[in-house]
Write a new protein. Sequence first.
Length: 209
Amino acid sequence: MSKVHVIDHPLVQHKLAIVRDVRTGPKEFRELVDEIALLMAYEVTRDMALEDVEVETPIGIAHCRMISGKKIGVIPILRAGLGMVNGIVQLIPTAKVGHIGLYRDPETLQPVEYYCKLPTDIHERDLIVLDPMLATGGSAVAAIRFIKEKGGKNIKLMVLIAAPEGIAAVQAAHPDVEIFTAAIDERLNDHGYIVPGLGDAGDRLFGTK
């Protein structure tokens, strides 16, 4: 089964607590999600390959290491995943950004695709799929399947909060995909929301109901 990494850095946990708070408004919510994504990106990209290089400083030659040119792709699941993109591209400005549009049918709780636009060289890139919440896992499972059908191979899933049910669903469908999260919560309620979670991430990001 795929590995699950819980990023428990104090800054991530502190900001996540404020994000969960019902009193946190859309502006602060967006800023915090952006900041958490940036901090989490350090761990998600920890295994990027390095190569030895020589750099001329004002004093002499330094023997350094730099990323060995591996390409990155960032793929948010619309719409809530958009809130996590900027944090990553701040660190990796050369990353290409694709988009997958899915919504959850309120009756069946199953994902329905309405948009998919991915980089043409997706097969050459390390891919990071973004969604603040991993609830039932239906959207993540479907999004990863679409990416694989388009040729994507090296895929990681990055979420803020995961439910055990969502983790199990992704592991069952895509055991090769590593999952990175800042928290694993208790369970899902009857409406498919994570408990205690943070509510509807899309609504809180964009001020909608």
